[in-house]
Every structure is written in C-alpha cells, then in structure tokens.
Design a protein around this ligand. Structure first.
Ligand code: AMP
Length: 118
C-alpha cells in the first residue's frame, strides 16, 4: 500500500485540513511555502496520466474549497502536479500541491540554464 493510501486509512498520521467522501487535504511534511498542502483522491490513482475526467472535475471544487478555507481565494495560490519520473513525482499517488501564503517566485524547474522554445 502506498504512503498516501496509508494516510487515507489512518495508518500514518497527517495534519488534515479538509476531507470529503472522495478527497483528502493535509499539510505537506516538508513545506516549501508558508502554506503547503497536498490534495489527494482517497482511491488510489498513481498519476495524472491515469486520472479520469470525472475525478478531475470533482477535485476542482474541493481544491477551491480548501483555498477558501485557508483564506487564499483572494490573495492567490499555486497548484503543482508532478507527473511521473521526469515530472519529479516521488509519491506514486496522484496529488496536487497547493502553495501560498506569500508571493511565490517562479524559479527554473530544470538544471539547464536556458531552453530553446520548441
Ligand atoms: P511529489 O514529489 O510531487 O511526489 O511530492 C510528494 C510530497 O509528499 C513531498 O512534498 C513530500 O514532502 C510529501 N510527503 C511525503 N510523505 C508525506 C507524509 N507522510 N505526510 C505529508 N506529506 C508527505
């Protein structure tokens, strides 16, 4: 069972923010911003590439509710979804990172200095 499935089952503790029948939101253990949350489907889906359009439609209002609950709906926030190895996905259970609470920079995401546009 993957680590996020264990969080869903309560085998591993988490600092929960919001829960519905389908989704769970909790604090990231290694925050990269003043507010850094993870939003996951409770059912195991490995990555975005496997996600159904129904799941993506349903998760949208849940994320919006989380943002409102955290007071980020007006100030703004960033959503990140890492998909697969090159995308930097470490936990093989679909999750959105929701980051906010400060004006976020837009760093380079690749070690290369420059990239030619395709
Ligand atoms: P990713 O690299 O997109 O797969 O992100 C995985 C995220 O999960 C990282 O930001 C980790 O800090 C976070 N993480 C790993 N284990 C836990 C845990 N037990 N509770 C909360 N966050 C976790």
């Amino acid at each position: 069972m993957c680590i996020f499935c264990k969080i869903v089952d309560g085998e591993i503790p988490s600092n929960k923010i919001l829960e519905s029948e389908e989704f769970l939101c909790f604090h990231d253990v290694n925050p990269r911003a003043p507010i850094h949350l993870l939003i996951i489907p409770k059912a195991h889906v490995e990555k975005f590439q496997d996600a159904s359009s129904e799941l993506m439609a349903n998760i949208t209002p849940f994320i919006q509710e989380v943002a409102s609950k955290m007071g980020l709906n007006l100030s703004g926030y960033r959503l990140i979804l890492n998909n697969g190895e090159d995308g930097g996905q470490e936990v093989p259970h679909l999750h959105f990172h929701l980051l906010g609470g400060t004006k976020l920079s837009w760093p380079h995401f690749s070690p290369k200095e420059t990239h030619k546009s395709l």
